[in-house]
Design a protein around this ligand. Structure first.
Ligand code: CDP
Length: 221
């Protein structure tokens, strides 16, 4: 049997990748992989076990040892649902540091690829189209202005009851983008064959419709 089709959605922090990926997967009846959640789980585990964010071998070991399960919105780490805990800003910030280590990325590679099942997968992250699913049939690079992204993240975090400061958030997004773009391994960059989509002035429905239209066009061939 040939490999199942993959739609890769990459882009900077808070560009709406997760929301779009879920909606597209729902429309097509595909599975969904939030690859950032894996790096967030490793970061959460590092915080709990007080592992130094610079210690690549120890972090890679954490990634290999974590017993992970993803099931309809739940993210289970060693049997505990950590879906809420991994969304904290502190965890996201650390995830971006943890994710810069090659050995950590290698430790998570096979796990990510194991999500590829029929009828198909929508995978979102930073290197879905460039590394993990380099043969994806559709690659989307989703961006939005940093102000728009900070505003969205601000709203999202407030709704979840976190106290946030917009100026600090903006600074943090810039820092995280910079780290993701300039790291030596799997940097955040659009694949050569990616379709670029700037969502600054688009609604979620418009972005989803565009991705579905592109998928319709590529899957006809
Ligand atoms: O929500 P946000 O877009 O900030 O982050 P995320 O997608 O949950 O990912 C958390 C962190 O993991 C990011 O800051 C990236 O540094 C890293 N990441 C990565 O390196 N590669 C991926 N495929 C996905 C996430």
């Amino acid at each position: 049997m040939p490999l199942a089709p993959v739609i890769a959605i990459d882009g900077p922090t808070a560009s709406g990748k997760g929301t779009i990926a879920h909606a597209v997967a729902r429309e097509l009846g595909f599975g969904c992989l939030d690859s950032g959640a894996l790096y967030r789980v490793v970061a959460l585990q590092a915080l709990r076990r007080k592992v130094d964010p610079g210690d690549a071998p120890a972090l890679a070991q954490l990634a290999r040892d974590a017993r992970l399960r993803f099931d309809s919105g739940r993210v289970e780490l060693d049997g505990e649902d950590v879906a809420g805990a991994i969304r904290a800003e502190e965890v996201g910030r650390l995830a971006s540091r943890v994710a810069a280590h090659g050995p950590v990325r290698d430790a998570l590679l096979q796990l990510q690829r194991s999500f590829r099942r029929w009828p198909g997968l929508v995978a979102d992250g930073r290197d879905m189209g460039t590394v993990v699913f380099a043969d994806a049939c559709l690659k989307v690079f989703l961006t939005a202005s940093v102000e728009e992204r900070a505003g969205r993240r601000f709203k999202q975090l407030k709704e979840k009851g976190y106290s946030v400061n917009l100026a600090a958030l903006l600074l943090d997004l810039r820092e995280r983008d910079e780290r993701d773009r300039t790291r030596a391994v799997a940097p955040l960059v659009a694949a050569e064959d990616a379709w670029q989509l700037d969502a600054t002035n688009l609604t979620i429905d418009e972005v989803v419709a565009q991705v579905l239209a592109w998928y319709g066009a590529v899957s006809e061939h």
